[in-house]
Ligand binder design. Structure first.
Ligand code: EPZ
Length: 417
């Protein structure tokens, strides 16, 4: 593959930022929204509870409300703070509506987020913080109901790093009575981008030392315009793709400092990667050295790039180790890569990758969004044809990956094409 690929807006920034629409009666105008399924589902959830949307598509009469990368959305009234099961079961991100709905109207009802293919996805830290802020929360079966008078400020230390937990409480605190101090917060760039939107909406929010936020609650927030930051996980996926033998890929519209940990690892592997102001340039061909990698909360190596890097490590000359510390079941791609001819042994939270494998096409099954991307990279590196079943997962978090890869010269088509 050779050529340039432009990165879309970050799904994991846009999801909490769309939830923040609940915090104001005035419109938020988004740009650089990624056209991915999880975003469309979140917009549908917001419309279910009272949001009104206007987008290029809506203006063009398309009821979906999101075709372009621009969206004007407002929540003049939040009349029924209930996220339907249909919505909640398709994306765990609906848990991000909990804090904003409680903050806006004192009530919320949302399905408990199911486990998923990468392991247990608990939300106890979210609930601890919201209860401390005055919410009464009842979990009955798969539904979670919550109510409160007005949330009040707290001094809360997260027991563990949680991205959406930090985001939920930042949004709740923005309209709470008094001052909230949140400690041991997640430092992912998507959290900072949400904080920037909240500030643009008039929230009194300050970050101290990156892990602590001080928020002085306001009675209301006003509208804003916001451009979503580039998706560092999409960027990292294409950067890794460029390191495979024979590839030469420029990844455009990136923020290099968001991928410092990956760049360090690729440098240690001896990959040919050049970093320019808003662009990466990766060329495959150099003999890749094995490495030992541990996934960590930001700024450490992101769990969302673990599967993709594991695929590249099957081409390194030697034995690599990858330790997954964030989720307890995030190596399901290993068995599928072995069906391509890789030699990966999973022992508990660690995978041993004996590199130098010659990959050959096979029929594969995928289980989650990032594993799907890893199998696509494996299939493109393999000789012969690879078929990946359940690959609709890709469209949850990657904007038109098949189209972007085809433009780079990849021979990839969706079975329904
Ligand atoms: C966010 O999920 C991302 N999703 C995930 O991306 C990402 O993998 C993850 O953060 C880690 O970076 C979105 O932002 C929408 P966590 P989140 O709360 O917030 C435990 C993708 O592919 N935990 O940071 O759900 C939890 O079980 C997705 O785009 C608790 O124990 O992850 C996990 O082991 C996949 N109690 C760890 O912490 C809690 O209350 C990290 O979870 C919350 C979390």
């Amino acid at each position: 593959m050779a050529g340039s690929v432009a990165v879309s807006g970050a799904k994991n920034a846009a999801l909490p930022e769309l939830a923040a629409v609940c915090l104001s009666a005035e419109p938020i105008v988004f740009s650089n929204l990624p056209q991915v399924e999880d975003i469309k589902v979140m917009v549908a959830a917001l419309r279910e509870i009272g949001a009104e949307t206007e987008s290029e598509a809506a203006l063009a009469g398309d009821g979906a409300g999101l075709q372009g990368h621009e969206l004007r959305i407002a929540m003049p009234t939040l009349h029924s703070p209930v996220v339907s099961h249909r919505i909640a079961r398709t994306t765990r991100a609906s848990v991000l509506l909990l804090g904003p709905m409680l903050a806006r109207c004192g009530a919320a009802r949302v399905s408990m987020p199911g486990g998923c293919a990468i392991g247990e996805r608990k939300i106890d830290f979210h609930l601890q913080g919201l209860e401390r802020m005055g919410a009464e929360i009842l979990v009955a079966g798969e539904y979670l109901s919550a109510r409160c008078d007005r949330l009040h400020g707290i001094d809360f230390t997260f027991p563990g790093k949680t991205v959406t937990g930090t985001e939920n409480l930042l949004m709740a605190a923005a309209l709470a009575e008094g001052t909230t101090v949140l400690r041991n917060c997640a430092q992912e760039p998507e959290v900072a981008d949400l904080a920037a939107l909240l500030a643009a909406m008039g929230a009194d929010i300050r970050s101290q030392d990156g892990e602590t936020y001080v928020i002085r609650g306001r009675a209301s927030l006003h509208g804003a315009s916001h451009r979503v930051i580039p998706d560092r996980i999409e960027a990292g996926t294409y950067l890794i793709a460029g390191c495979f033998p024979g590839n030469d890929i420029r990844v455009e519209a990136v923020i290099p400092e968001h991928l410092g940990s990956l760049l360090g690892i690729l440098h240690d592997m001896g990959a040919d990667v050049a970093v320019h102001q808003k662009e990466f340039h990766a060329r495959g061909g150099a003999a890749l050295r094995p490495v030992a990698v541990v996934t960590e909360p930001y700024p450490g190596f992101p769990t969302d790039l673990q599967a993709q890097l594991t695929t590249l490590l099957t081409q390194a000359r030697g034995v690599s180790r990858v330790r997954e510390t964030i989720f307890n079941d995030r190596f399901r791609h290993a068995g599928e890569l072995n069906r391509l001819g890789a030699d990966i042994e999973v022992r508990g939270d660690e995978a041993l990758i004996r590199g130098g494998s010659t990959l050959r096409g096979a029929v594969l099954k995928t289980t989650d969004l990032r594993a799907s991307a890893a199998l696509v990279l494996g299939g493109l590196a393999a000789a012969g044809e690879t078929r990946i079943e359940n690959s609709y997962q890709l469209f949850r978090g990657y904007e038109d990956m098949p189209g972007k890869l085809q433009k780079l010269g990849a021979d990839i088509t969706m079975a329904w094409e």
